[in-house]
Every structure is written in C-alpha cells, then in structure tokens.
Design a protein around this ligand. Structure first.
Ligand SMILES: [Ca+2]
Length: 91
C-alpha cells in the first residue's frame, strides 16, 4: 500500500503599509512603524516589508510620511499602497 501525502497551499496576499496586519490601513499602522523603526518594536507581520508602504524596498520615515499623506491629505495623497503576494502559506 502506498500512502500519498499532499499539502494544500494558498498564496498569501498582503497589503503594503498594513504593518500590524489587521487588514486595514490606519493611524495604528503609522504608530506601529514608529515603534518598529525608532524603538526596536516588533517587526511588521508576516514580513518586515509589510511596513514598506511606498514600495522603496526598505522601511523608514518615508513610509510613515507616505501613510500620513495617504490617510490625511486633502486632496487625497498618493495612490493606496499596493498588494503583493507574500508567498505560499502551507496549511
Ligand atoms: Ca493595519
């Protein structure tokens, strides 16, 4: 008898700027990034680049300013942070 094991996988899609991974982008993400960058707080989850709101490849003050402009500028700031596929999530 041959047993076949298989794993189901799904592509995990995440949104840049959603640093605290609560599926919304708001002031809490900006505070999360301030804590991460300036106070050695926890990394954005599930990947540190979740904090890379402006897509520059690093997480820094510019990402916080990008999110502030996106959320509070009038007229509206830059386009919303993009979604990207983080990788396969095994379950
Ligand atoms: Ca969030």
């Amino acid at each position: 008898m041959v047993m076949v094991w298989f794993t189901q996988c799904a592509l995990l899609s995440v949104r840049r700027g959603d640093a605290n991974n609560d599926h919304s982008i708001d002031m809490l993400d900006i505070l999360y990034l301030i804590d991460f960058v300036y106070n050695s707080g926890p990394e954005p989850t599930p990947h540190p680049l979740m904090g890379d709101a402006n897509g520059s490849g690093s997480v820094n003050l510019m990402d916080m300013l990008y999110l502030i402009s996106y959320l509070y500028d009038n007229p509206p700031g830059p386009p919303p942070p993009i979604s990207f596929n983080y990788g396969e999530y095994e379950f």
